[in-house]
Design a protein around this ligand. Structure first.
Ligand code: FHN
Length: 426
């Protein structure tokens, strides 16, 4: 669906040629923070005294616009501290942040000249995107904008929600796209380097109605190194499975986004917090398939990342302190079918001198004395390892030298598992 070079979008043609180089930092990063923050963070899943489960950012779908707009009077996240958010992401070992500039509710978290439905209409009156962009620069954190094409508030957006009784006689979707383009121009001009453009909610129309090529061409013109996801109707730079881990590796870059609880936006009724071990194993599984993990937090209406999320992120960071080299900058597994390795997952890294480092993430050490990994028989040197419980390895091998760098073997923090490093010469 992407246009050919002759399509007349010069910036699109240019960036396609340098995609691998533009995405190198992103592929090496492996792990990012997703932030869902907006008016929906205030009710946090509760409306008229009733608590709704699920995605709290979808609450406005069933509420008349005139009622939802009144939340601007209550949006005042006085505990918001951009440095706190960015430093938590760093503590977690996350290498980039993607935040909702505007979710489906249509409310702009920055001071927009294209709309009065923005932070200036609230008691808070601070440009949240500006403060976050400045904090990211202070702490050397890459920053991305999530931007919803779907807009339940704008009178030109079609189709309407059932609850929206406003006339559609004068609605003009193309005029809505010009509005969206104007807001994106603000976001990509006024906040310094933006590393990612994360479109969402493009499912109501095709790329032509979205004027997707024109919009992406402008994005690349304003931010030549930006990378764009696949949710404005065009494949662009990378795929975005959601709330799941694909079974195998892919020839296109991909990033799966997932929640820690059952909601992207803060839901005060959320109870099912995934534990750190499950989140770390997701990260390992995703990295073993060559993907990125965009893990979400939903700050409260006061602007605070819930402690249940923060605690888990810090535990992930502790694990990465020890085992980050088996994640950052690695490639996927050397085993043909990564899901077949019942014992755990594998990531690899080519060192400068042609050596391959194989990281064996052993999830469940078998009871008894040793772990046999017949899959390692596929290595060029037909090596297989017998590892006993305290990770002392004896390698029986044939063929060229295989050296097991025992110094690298770290027993991870109690939350997850031992990573065994196998280094072998090509
Ligand atoms: O409808 C949104 C949802 O609220 C959330 O933002 C997720 C995050 O990827 N995207 C859409 C559902 O696919």
């Amino acid at each position: 669906v992407e246009p050919s070079e002759s399509s007349g979008w010069p910036n699109l043609a240019e960036v396609r040629s340098n995609r691998a180089e533009r995405m190198e930092w992103w592929r090496d990063a492996r792990f990012g923070m997703f932030i869902h923050f907006g008016l929906y963070s205030v009710p946090a899943g509760e409306w008229n005294g009733q608590q709704y489960g699920g995605y709290s950012e979808w609450l406005p779908q069933g509420i008349p616009t005139a009622q939802w707009e009144k939340l601007t009077d209550r949006f005042n996240p006085t505990d918001f501290d951009a440095d706190e958010w960015v430093l938590l992401a760093k503590q977690a070992g996350m290498k980039y942040i993607v935040i909702t500039t505007k979710h489906h509710e249509g409310f702009a978290l920055w001071d927009s000249k294209a709309s009065d439905y923005d932070v200036q209409a609230t008691p808070f009156k601070r440009d949240i995107m500006k403060e976050l962009a400045e904090a990211c620069r202070r702490h050397d954190m890459k920053l991305g904008w999530y931007h919803s094409v779907l807009d339940w508030h704008h009178p030109d957006y079609l189709p309407r929600r059932a609850v929206d009784k406003r006339s559609t006689d004068d609605a003009d979707y193309d005029r809505y796209i010009s509005y969206m383009k104007a807001q994106l121009r603000e976001l990509l001009t006024n906040y310094g380097d933006i590393a990612v453009l994360w479109f969402d909610g493009g499912w109501d129309h095709g790329p032509r109605q979205h004027r997707a090529w024109e919009i992406c061409d402008m994005a690349y013109e304003l931010q030549p190194d930006i990378i764009i996801n696949d949710r404005i109707g065009l494949p662009m730079d990378y795929d975005t499975p959601e709330q799941r881990i694909p079974r195998g590796a892919s020839d296109r870059p991909w990033e799966t986004c997932m929640t820690i609880t059952s909601s992207w936006g803060y839901n005060k009724g959320a109870r099912d917090w995934k534990d750190a071990k499950a989140l770390i194993r997701n990260l390992v599984d995703i990295a073993s398939k060559g993907g990125n993990y965009l893990l979400n937090v939903g700050p409260t209406g006061e602007g605070v990342i819930p402690p249940q999320s923060a605690d888990r992120l810090r535990e992930i960071g502790e694990w990465l302190e020890i085992n980050g080299r088996s994640i950052y900058g690695t490639k996927g597994s050397i085993f043909r079918s990564t899901d077949s390795t019942r014992w755990g997952r594998c990531t690899t890294r080519m060192t400068g001198d042609g050596t391959t480092l194989v990281y064996l993430h052993v999830f469940d050490w078998p009871s008894g004395s040793s772990l046999s990994i017949p899959e390692l028989g596929n290595l060029p040197d037909e090596a297989y390892l017998l590892a006993d419980r305290d990770a002392k390895l004896t390698a029986r091998k044939a063929g060229k030298g295989i050296s097991i760098d025992l110094a690298e073997v770290e027993s991870a923090v109690n939350s997850v598992d031992t990573v065994v490093v196998l280094e072998y010469a090509e």
